[in-house]
Write a protein that binds this ligand. Structure first.
Ligand code: GLA
Length: 393
């Protein structure tokens, strides 16, 4: 979609589009490093080329109106700048509300209300960070409308950190920093290699030779994702606390090498928490190996690490489920793919596969037909390239 499309929608809802500005923020796909961000480990996501479009215009009073074409049932949501609180019936609009509140509480002045339109060209609930995408689209919009100067690198980091606060405190999901970082700081043609403990980062060229990334949406509705996500977090916290009590001096599970973990693991009392911690530590090590493989063109090795990641999420972290396991298994069987795994929080959502470019059609046929037979409904496929982060358009 282009600028005109979103401005036409703005005009349809608010009468005219004079003075409105347009913005875009992508979704993200995480290549490897799952459930490592809140454990102080590394991640390797990239921004997508689809995501959330926003158009907005300042008002002269303190009212904010917002409408999303993707959630017309919510209607035009109204709220006052001075009275922002999460409200379940506001649904999707709680994300922009949370961002406005976080900006104001952190010394970023939003001088007046505004009218806002949202249109997403990515599936929501597909594990591709539609919520971080709405948050960062709102953040770049606010920065531009109210001249807050957050467009540079440091400003983007600030926007990402505020977006995480919105998830943690306003929405109530204890998510880590990966999604907002990928969405705010993504760069076309690269993956973002991020140390979530220090926020040190570097861009890794996504050069897959004869291969490309295919994203596969299970189309499974992700019931109870938030509560199970928060449960995984607290299991890791318990594992960390046991290790610290036994004298291991670490701030997070991401501080441990695989060898150190193996020596210390018995200190973790609950076997379930021990398995969760094992995933966090081994997955973190896999990200480091995967980056080295990608940087030296060892794509087959990179694919193999994706497969190991899925198996670890399946058995140790238990965030996959029938549909994601089916997509991974069928991808492995297809003969066209170097590696496949679930991506994002899991429990439904999406998987990704590294597929031979000239075999993508055969791949989607093979996986699609069998998925329908085993699961009873269709999955969907997106050919994906790495795009740029949130911006004015
Ligand atoms: C969700 C969260 C992220 C991250 C992933 C799992 O996408 O928002 O912070 O924890 O799950 O890797």
């Amino acid at each position: 979609m282009d600028t005109r499309g979103i401005l036409t929608l703005f005009e349809k809802i608010y009468g005219s589009s004079g003075g409105a500005e347009s913005f875009f923020a992508p979704g993200r796909v995480n290549l490897i490093g799952e459930h490592t961000d809140y454990n102080g480990g590394h991640v390797l996501p990239c921004a997508l080329t689809f995501g959330t479009y926003v158009a907005a215009r300042k008002r002269t009073d303190g009212t904010v109106r917002c409408f999303s074409e993707n959630f017309p049932e919510s209607g035009v949501v109204f709220f006052e700048l001075d009275e922002i609180a999460p409200e379940p019936r506001h649904g999707w609009a709680n994300y922009p509300k949370g961002v406005v509140k976080a900006f104001r509480e952190n010394g970023l002045p939003i001088g007046s209300g505004f009218d806002m339109i949202v249109r997403g060209d990515m599936p929501s609930g597909a594990g591709l960070s539609s919520s971080a995408s709405i948050e960062m689209a709102t953040a770049v919009m606010l920065s531009s409308l109210f001249s807050l100067g957050l467009e540079d690198e440091a400003g983007r980091v600030r926007m990402a950190l505020l977006g995480k606060e919105v998830e943690n405190r306003f929405i109530g999901v204890k998510s880590g920093i990966m999604d907002q970082f990928a969405v705010a700081l993504g760069r076309a043609g690269t993956a973002l290699f991020l140390d979530c403990a220090t926020l040190e980062r570097r861009y890794v060229p996504l050069e897959l030779g004869k291969y490309e990334i295919v994203v596969m949406n299970t189309n499974k509705s992700r019931a109870l994702v938030e509560s199970r996500y928060n449960e995984r977090r607290s299991e890791c916290d318990r594992a960390l606390a046991d290790l610290q009590k036994s004298g291991v001096t670490i701030r997070s599970l991401g501080d441990l090498s695989v060898e150190e973990f193996e020596q210390a693991a018995d200190a973790i009392q609950d076997p379930v928490c021990r398995r969760r911690a094992r995933h966090a530590v081994l997955e973190n090590a896999r990200v480091l190996t995967a980056v080295a493989a990608l940087e030296s063109g060892r794509i087959a090795e990179f694919g193999g690490l994706l497969n190991e990641s899925h198996v670890s999420l399946q058995f140790d972290y238990e965030t996959t489920g029938r549909e994601l396991d089916c997509l991974a298994e069928l991808s492995w069987q297809s003969g066209e793919c170097l590696g496949a795994r679930m991506t994002g929080a899991g429990f439904g959502g999406s998987a990704l596969a590294i597929v031979r470019s000239d075999g993508v059609d055969a791949f989607t046929r093979f996986v699609g037909e069998r998925y329908r037979r085993y699961i009873g409904y269709d999955c969907s496929f997106f050919r994906s390239v790495a795009g740029d982060g949130a911006r004015r358009i």
